[in-house]
Ligand binder design. Structure first.
Ligand code: ZN
Ligand code: ZN
Length: 140
């Protein structure tokens, strides 16, 4: 675990500081989008240093996003959520309890390719995101 995160940071030109390692570890372990306050709570729980500054965490998240290690996920909440920027997938979000499910679908990707090829105003679409919002089984 620690080796993967260290290598990831090194490849992107970042020093493996304890804060960066701790934050990336959470992303590898949970596989779910996280915001600064949820990371702050998790680190405070496990860290021996006690309290961790949320602003520092947010700054680290932004830096990791700029370097391409993390990407932002739009969950329509007040805070910004991030996840590891690897395998392409989409999300289903519960608007009541905030549960997030990830999914992949080849057909969706094909449809989107067709949409882009039909467009006369756009040629190079670099990326896309797709989030579905509704109620989970428990909440509905
Ligand atoms: Zn729910
Ligand atoms: Zn997609």
């Amino acid at each position: 675990m620690e080796e993967i995160t260290k290598t990831l940071l090194r490849e992107n030109g970042y020093k493996a500081t304890p804060a960066r390692l701790a934050i990336l570890k959470i992303f590898f372990q949970s596989q779910k989008p996280q915001d600064a306050s949820s990371i702050c709570k998790k680190i405070t729980k496990t860290s021996k240093q006690g309290k961790v500054n949320e602003v520092t965490i947010y700054r680290t998240l932004s830096a990791l996003e700029k370097s391409g290690i993390l990407r932002k996920v739009n969950l329509r909440k007040n805070s910004e959520y991030f996840e590891l920027n690897k395998d392409h997938h989409h999300h289903i979000v519960c608007t009541k309890c905030s549960m997030v499910e990830s999914f992949k679908d080849k057909n969706i990707e094909e449809v989107l390719k067709k949409v882009i090829s039909k467009s006369s105003k756009f040629k190079n679409i670099k990326e896309h995101s797709l989030e579905l919002f509704g109620l989970c089984v428990k909440c509905s």
